[in-house]
Design a protein around this ligand. Structure first.
Ligand code: ME8
Length: 648
């Protein structure tokens, strides 16, 4: 019986269309799922959307929609994105589906029956974007420790999970199962968190209704994280009439998650499962973030990259290859268009493209397009053959520890060796000497075999390219594309019709692409009649006074100002904000000399998430008016006011 492999991505918040950071995890999960299928496992791959919670309800209201139709729109766009990126999931679960809602209600009932779920009262500081409660010590300066946005006090009668009871069990489990939380740094963080002591977790809300109603107390809706985590079992039919998939695939082999949500998966989720007497997942892997200019991508910072646009330009295989090759899985990595384009040219167009085009062109030219039978081999072929036969094991070892970039690096080392082998064997010289016909045949046969190995091994990463390689090599037999066919070199390819096709990855003009990619998008054409939903989404939404109250504007006095080294635009301002002072970097250097700033009283957006720029942290933003002709004037106060006076 094949080994079972159940892999999941987080279910994403449909608070906006997904960006390349989200697709990073989905591409990793898809790649691993495909690799496990290739190596003969019985694979199940789950993804989906986390559609409940206050944040989604607020977002829908901002867009003037009811939550369900809002999330329906994002769900359709997400499925389309996965289609474009070849993310071939087996199931896509949405937490608003009745199958999920019913099962979550059963889960709450079962938790209540165990006595580990109880009713009490909660008071704390709540971060709406993260849907998480914090203590005052955790939320320093009133800001969420996870996302840096402001928290607000919230008090409610709630249900709690008795996490504290399972703290020691979990510590013990993590210590005796080193593979459970990976990479190891994340396990260490979780152990430190657990040793700090677990508070019981508040798992119901009465302050909003966009959630799953608790069947035994309908004033309450399920805490969005319990609702969300449950997806990994509800999608398999847990607590339903048909739990065949659950019986077959649970426990999950690996939950892939971003590093900031490891805590939910490695602490709350296993404890919740333990309470339910369900086996816990075999592994939680916390990957790093794709960073832009030192910051996590986010719609509100306006630095998101749309993966669909990149796929349309360079092909999804190129984008997938970049995502899996550029950064070791687990670490953070900077995203730049230049790095993507360099990968396209160096790895795909040069290394891989050249190997395939040189091999197929030479078979076409020297053997009329029929792959010849090899004759005697030399130490060069012996070495290349040994490298090819060792490669699948090397790739599998890297994949088993989720080191996608190591696996690709190993494949590309062999591609490099093949290109070197062409230079060493100089087939174009062999072709001139009729006595070397056998030698030439051997060289081209080995190259064609190398191309076959490479095609199969890259297939989990780049699902489209292998078929293009097989077409050129004339390989139609499914068995010659399988994992087992990589256990030996085969003669079955001899006699195949080989054709030189189009270049797999045409070279890109980096300079031209960069200028086009960074140019602002053309304004959308105005619809002739009623604006459609998409067009309407770009119009700033009408906000209520409650929305405005989230913005903390205060007067601040500029104590010192200086130019930021190596920047034409930025001034570093030291401000008295009436609360101990802060530093703000402001892009006003073209309009204001540093000395002209000192002594001014400005309007400060005080609760903006801190932002790293040029190695410094800017803690807020000062307000200014600008026009489209390039003028800019600061907003200052009409008269004297103490620093820290509230504006609004
Ligand atoms: O946390 N780079 O949803 P989410 C890499 N609904 N990964 C990134 C990223 C980036 N720039 N930006 C986001 C949630 N992600 C919950 C999950 S699961 C039961 C519930 C990753 O949409 C992020 O790290 O905020 C996380 O793993 C995932 O996208 C979903 O984030």
């Amino acid at each position: 019986m094949p080994d079972r492999f159940y892999i999941t991505t987080p279910i994403y918040y449909p608070s906006d269309n997904l960006h390349i950071g989200h697709s990073y995890c989905s591409v990793a999960a898809d790649t691993l799922a495909r690799f496990k299928k290739l190596t003969g496992h019985d694979v199940y791959f789950l993804t989906g959307l986390d559609e409940h919670g206050q944040k989604i309800a607020e977002k829908a209201a901002q867009r003037g929609k009811d939550p369900q139709s809002y999330v329906d729109g994002i769900a359709a766009a997400t499925k389309e994105l996965w289609r474009v990126m070849d993310v071939g999931y087996d199931d896509f679960i949405r937490t608003t589906e009745p199958r999920h809602e019913r099962a979550v209600q059963r889960i709450y009932e079962r938790l209540l029956a165990t006595g580990d779920l109880y009713k009490s009262e909660y008071e704390g500081l709540y971060c709406t974007p993260c849907e998480a409660f914090w203590t005052a010590t955790q939320a320093k300066d009133g800001l969420c420790p996870d996302c840096g946005r402001p928290v607000h006090p919230e008090k409610e009668e709630s249900y709690f999970l008795r996490l504290s009871k399972y703290q020691d069990w979990l510590i013990e489990y993590i210590l005796s199962n080193p593979g459970f939380i990976q990479p190891q740094t994340r396990a260490n963080e979780m152990l430190a968190f657990l040793r700090g002591g677990l508070n019981d977790l508040c798992v119901s809300r009465t302050s909003f209704s966009w959630g799953i109603t608790l069947p035994f107390d309908p004033k309450h809706v399920a805490y969005v994280w319990i609702d969300a985590l449950s997806n990994y079992i509800t999608a398999l039919g847990y607590a339903s009439d048909n739990d065949e998939l659950y019986q077959r695939y649970w426990p999950a082999s690996v939950h892939l998650v971003g590093k900031e949500i490891v805590r939910f998966h490695a602490i709350y989720w296993p404890i919740m499962l333990k309470m339910l007497d369900i086996p816990i997942p075999r592994q939680i892997f916390g990957h790093g973030w794709l960073i832009i200019d030192g910051q996590k991508m986010s719609k509100s910072l306006g630095n998101v990259i749309d993966p669909a646009a990149l796929c349309a330009r360079y092909g999804s295989d190129a984008v997938r290859h970049f995502l899996m090759r550029e950064v070791p899985f687990g670490a953070d990595g900077n995203y730049t268009h230049a790095a993507l384009l360099t990968r396209v040219n160096a790895d795909l167009s040069n290394d891989l493209g050249n190997l395939i085009s040189r091999t197929t062109a030479m078979v076409a030219q020297y053997f009329g397009g029929t792959l010849p039978e090899p004759s005697a081999i030399t130490p060069l072929e012996e070495a290349l053959g040994a490298r090819l036969l060792a490669l699948p094991t090397e790739v599998e070892a890297a994949m088993d520890s989720l080191q996608f970039s190591t696996a690709l690096a190993a494949i590309w080392r062999v591609i490099g060796e093949c290109n070197k082998y062409i230079d060493q064997t100089t087939p174009w010289l062999l072709a001139k000497d009729p006595d070397q016909r056998g030698r030439l045949a051997t060289v081209l046969y080995y190259l064609a075999e190398a191309a076959r190995f490479v095609a199969a091994l890259i297939s989990p990463f780049m699902p489209r390219t292998p078929q293009r390689i097989y077409d050129q090599l004339g390989i139609t037999e499914p068995e010659l594309k399988e994992w087992d066919s990589l256990k030996s070199l085969t003669r079955r390819t001899v006699g195949h019709t080989v054709t030189k096709g189009e270049a797999l990855f045409p070279r890109v003009d980096v300079k031209k692409e960069l200028s086009e990619l960074t140019a602002p998008a053309a304004p959308p054409e105005k619809p002739a009649s009623v604006p459609d939903e998409a067009a309407r989404q770009d119009v700033p939404a009408i906000i209520t006074i409650d929305d405005f109250e989230k913005v903390k504007l205060v007067s601040a006095k500029v104590l010192a100002a200086e130019k930021v080294p190596k920047s034409d635009k930025l001034l570093k301002l030291t401000l008295d904000d009436g609360a101990g002072g802060r530093t703000v970097l402001s892009g006003i250097a073209q309009w204001y000399a540093p000395e002209a700033m000192v002594g001014k009283t400005v309007a400060l957006l005080a609760n903006l998430a801190p932002r790293k720029m040029r190695g410094m942290v800017s803690e807020g933003m000062i307000l200014a008016a600008s026009d489209d002709k390039g003028s800019l004037r600061l907003v200052t106060l009409d008269g004297d006011m103490p620093a820290g006076s509230v504006i609004g």
